[in-house]
Design a binder for this molecule. Structure first.
Ligand code: FRU
Length: 495
């Protein structure tokens, strides 16, 4: 019976998508190459997995309109993470444990087990005694149609953990045991709880993998845990931890004790729009991470969701990034190499000496483009370099490389009449000869990667098409650019 309710709710949602998708397709602000939904609201990446020859992306989804509500799981498949085919929704609210307008099927992950595809997700409901979050399972024979496990939920909040702050299970297998890490809040401090299971259905608590002592916020959303080389990486999105949107810890993990001993921490992205990232392993062994390009209304720099709801949608994913580790155990987040297949009209501008006067730069159509440059820090004697992107109509987004104060700022206070806020990061310049900069611009976003892909800023802007100029200038001296390259990028998103 309950299988039929989910079926019915999925069919209803699919009809809604059919009716709304042309409006979204014709929208002016829609992205050209970032992953987005056919209609409605999208947030976290869920259940990312390479399964039977295809990349599967699931996502937090309200197909009905451009605002968060009644969470479903959307589903799409791809062979290259760029061209997507949309499949029927994987999960819809249907049970007492998840059928609530302000709840539903919350974030989770996927794993292949005995030839089936399993989803582990958080069910969120309110039956009159406050919101309650529990961990549930759904499975599928074909990777398209899912059934919720009849004995759900498989995990409820342990004693001491707030029952509405227990969510986002990320599952993996090691030897003959399954593990999952789940976000929690205990005594108003964020935690990553570790569970284990022999059969994916019965789970036992194993250990607290890591926890906040106050410095890392009150609740950890979307924890992720994975091996990288000899080390393990824990990442999560902390609530009430200032401007942190997604952080990582690198350390050593012991499967006998369930203890994680970390010695490096860092920001996955310093921008205002990178949240709830989830990783998975590609068939060639790469560790790939995908974030939701937005922030929540409870975050310090949030303004609003932008104008795209008028076009019937809201939300997209950041560019998938490959995670690599450097000698000092810090992490790099590189746009996946597949992105290079989108390039058109790649131009090398050679060397540039930038002074006080504006230099105009051409890059694709000025809206959807890529820009790469290497700043020669040995020859440069300026205090500051400003790269203005999406300029026009008296507006711009300024990327300020402030050498004097060793700070990178992306300032969108005059970006589009809509967005606001400045994202900031420290630039480690000591002993460096070159600073690499890599920019991806799409219709509604800017992603800036620097310092060997360790110092990255993702920010959404909702600039008009006429804002298609790029300018660069230096203050207090000359900036020498060893090489600059630009290109346009293909539009692969007109499904
Ligand atoms: C993170 C999050 C998750 C939750 C989901 C609800 O962005 O708040 O913790 O499962 O979104 O849509």
């Amino acid at each position: 019976m309950s299988y039929e309710i989910m079926e019915k709710n999925i069919k209803r949602a699919q009809r809604e998508i059919e009716c709304g998708k042309d409006k979204v397709k014709d929208g002016k602000m829609r992205q050209h190459y970032h992953f987005m939904a056919q209609t409605g609201w999208l947030n976290d990446p869920n259940g990312l997995i390479y399964f039977r020859g295809k990349y599967h992306f699931f996502f937090q989804y309200n197909p009905y309109h451009g605002f968060w509500e009644w969470m479903h799981w959307g589903h799409a498949v791809s062979e290259d993470m760029l061209h997507w085919e949309y499949l029927p929704l994987a999960l819809a609210p249907s049970e007492a444990y998840d059928n609530h307008l302000h709840g539903g099927c919350f974030s989770g992950s996927a794993i292949e087990c005995g030839g089936r595809l399993y989803l582990v997700f958080t069910a969120s409901t309110n039956e009159g005694d406050g919101f309650e979050q529990t961990q549930c399972i759904a499975y599928s024979e074909d990777g398209i149609h899912f059934k919720k496990y009849e004995k759900n939920p498989v995990l409820t909040a342990p004693e001491g953990v707030a029952k509405d702050q227990f969510r986002d299970p990320k599952v993996w297998k090691h030897e003959d045991t399954y593990y999952l890490v789940c976000g929690a809040s205990r005594g108003n401090r964020g935690q990553a709880l570790l569970y284990r299971s022999k059969d994916m259905l019965q789970w036992e608590f194993f250990n607290v993998l890591a926890e906040s002592r106050g410095e890392w916020g009150s609740m950890w959303e979307c924890p992720d845990f994975y091996p990288l080389g000899e080390k393990y990486v824990l990442s999560f999105s902390p609530m009430n931890a200032g401007d942190h949107t997604a952080v990582y810890f690198v350390g050593d993990f012991d499967y006998d004790t369930g203890k994680f001993d970390y010695h490096v921490s860092g920001e996955m992205d310093w921008g205002l729009d990178f949240y709830a990232p989830q990783s998975f392993q590609a068939p060639d062994g790469r560790r790939i991470v995908v974030g939701w390009s937005n922030e929540w209304e409870w975050m310090p720099q949030w303004k609003d969701w932008g104008p795209t709801y008028k076009e019937g949608w809201c939300g997209f994913f950041n560019i998938p990034r490959e995670v690599r580790m450097l000698e000092d155990d810090t992490l790099q987040f590189l746009p996946v190499e597949e992105m290079a297949t989108l390039r058109k009209d790649l131009q090398s501008k050679g060397e540039l000496a930038v002074m006080e006067e504006d230099i105009g730069i051409t890059a694709g159509d000025g809206v959807s483009f890529e820009l790469m440059m290497e700043i020669d820090l040995v020859k440069t004697n300026a205090d500051k370099l400003e790269l203005d992107l999406r300029c026009g109509n008296g507006k711009k987004t300024a990327c300020i490389f402030d050498f004097k104060n060793a700070e990178l700022r992306v300032d969108r206070t005059n970006a589009d009449g809509w967005s606001s806020g400045v994202s900031r990061s420290v630039m480690y310049l000591k002993g460096k000869k070159v600073l690499d900069v890599h920019v991806f611009s799409d219709q509604s976003s800017l992603e800036i990667f620097t310092d060997r892909y360790r110092n990255n800023h993702s920010n959404n802007i909702f600039a008009a098409d006429e804002q298609n100029q790029l300018k660069i200038r230096a203050y207090g001296g000359t900036v020498f650019i060893k090489e600059m390259k630009t290109c346009g990028l293909k539009d692969v998103n007109r499904f």
